[in-house]
Design a protein around this ligand. Structure first.
Ligand SMILES: [Zn+2]
Ligand SMILES: [Zn+2]
Length: 425
């Protein structure tokens, strides 16, 4: 029997996993500066949480969830997105009772049963932000800016923010009425999915990628023209703040987002030169009704979820070279038993001083050890034979130049640390 990795999943290994660590570090660092703290929620939750918190009519809930019964007969679901679990925690732990706002971020795996394709896996990763307890449009803008900065910080160019307002429970019905009236004569021309949306959530027809549907909705009533006296100034202020922050944004009146819980601000990060939704890297919006939907008090929230697989694709397509250090700083080549014993401590000293250090574990001859050092992309090899050991010295050779120097044994760690510019001790 041979085992295979499940469809839609990948193993991240050396060479690739360092890139993931790099972009995750960038995300964490930005969150630190913007004063968001990390929250880690379980990767599975009660199925009902997603049905309520994401919305029964969404594709995510109706078609894509990994749902199973545990041994106790409870229906659980692998999280298809990050917000519902975070909101559940916010409500369950009564964090809403503390001084607001609450600013959280998460990085982790999500699960959706989809047809795997480039940038879309069944187990995928998201970096997300949630901020609760404030309606201030400056917070929407700050968060949009944070995501935008994230793409910049990893080296992706040409990211713009598509922005829309999807209104609230006051103004949305007015728009819905006009939209339904407009669409009714064209109902037959809509795709099968949109025929269903027509009854459940007609606004999402605006978001359909089907060409026929896009033609039908070309001149359809726009939500932004129906915003109420609360949503209208809120949207204006979001735009104003984005301009203050120098974020490149554009109005996209078709932008609805797939999930049902958004109110007012909706946004997506679009990669220039890749039209439509193929270029969407991730997005988010405001969800003022969600905390209540999940059993908490009335409490506003705003957030985003960014697909990290998309980030990797964009980095590849733009041929961004991440500044990731490969290889070891120093590889110790030892000859003879005494030298080998001494190298054990040398290795420890190198590592304690902050250098990456390695040695041979297979009793290779000199030539074999040098080859291994080469494979480990060693910047320096330190060669310790019986002769050197007697004189309490060691030969250090820079692999790239072949330059060689002899130093005191007990100076090796300091020497390597200084020359490779590392000081973590
Ligand atoms: Zn409104
Ligand atoms: Zn459609």
């Amino acid at each position: 029997m041979s085992f295979r990795i499940p469809r839609g999943t990948v193993d991240l290994m050396s060479g690739e996993v360092e890139k993931w660590q790099y972009i995750e570090d960038k995300a964490r660092e930005l969150c630190r500066r913007y004063h968001f703290s990390e929250i880690r929620t379980p990767i599975f939750e009660q199925t009902e949480l997603f049905q309520r918190g994401v919305g029964e009519t969404t594709d995510v809930v109706s078609k894509e969830m990994y749902t199973f019964l545990d041994r106790g007969g409870r229906s659980l679901t692998l999280r298809p997105e990050g917000t519902a679990g975070v909101v559940r925690s916010f409500v369950e732990k009564k964090v809403y009772g503390e001084p607001q706002p609450t600013k959280w971020y998460y990085i982790g795996q999500m699960y959706r049963y989809e047809r795997p394709q480039a940038g879309r896996q069944r187990q995928f990763h998201q970096f997300g932000i949630e901020a609760f307890g404030a309606t201030d449009p400056a917070l929407d803008a700050e968060l949009i800016d944070l995501g935008w900065q994230f793409y910049h910080s990893v080296g992706i160019r040409g990211v713009k923010v598509a922005l829309n307002s999807v209104g609230c429970s006051t103004c949305r019905p007015r728009h819905r009425e006009k939209l339904v009236a407009y669409l009714t004569p064209h109902k037959e021309a809509l795709c099968k999915d949109c025929q269903t949306r027509f009854d459940q959530n007609p606004m999402r027809i605006l978001d359909c990628k089907n060409e026929g549907c896009q033609q039908v909705t070309h001149d359809a009533p726009r939500m932004v023209d129906y915003l109420c006296e609360e949503c209208e100034p809120h949207f204006e202020a979001v735009k104003e703040n984005l301009d203050l922050l120098d974020v490149e944004w554009f109005l996209d009146t078709r932008l609805v987002r797939g999930l049902d819980y958004y109110t007012q601000t909706a946004f997506e990060y679009i990669l220039e030169g890749q039209g439509g939704h193929a270029g969407s890297l991730g997005g988010g919006g405001r969800y003022n009704g969600l905390v209540q939907e999940v059993g908490g008090p009335e409490m506003p929230g705003v957030g985003f979820g960014l697909g990290l697989e998309r980030v990797m694709l964009a980095l590849d397509s733009q041929e961004v070279k991440l500044p990731i250090a490969h290889g070891v700083d120093c590889y110790i080549v030892s000859l003879g038993d005494n030298a080998k014993k001494r190298s054990v401590l040398l290795l420890k000293e190198l590592r304690q001083s902050g250098s990456t250090a390695e040695r041979d574990y297979l009793d290779r001859k000199m030539k074999g050890q040098l080859k291994a050092a080469d494979r480990a992309q060693a910047r320096f090899v330190a060669i310790l034979g019986e002769n050197e050991l007697e004189k309490n010295q060691i030969v250090v050779k820079e692999m790239a130049t072949g330059e060689q120097t002899t130093i005191q044994l007990d100076k090796l760690a300091t020497y390597i640390r200084e020359i490779s510019g590392k000081d973590h001790s």
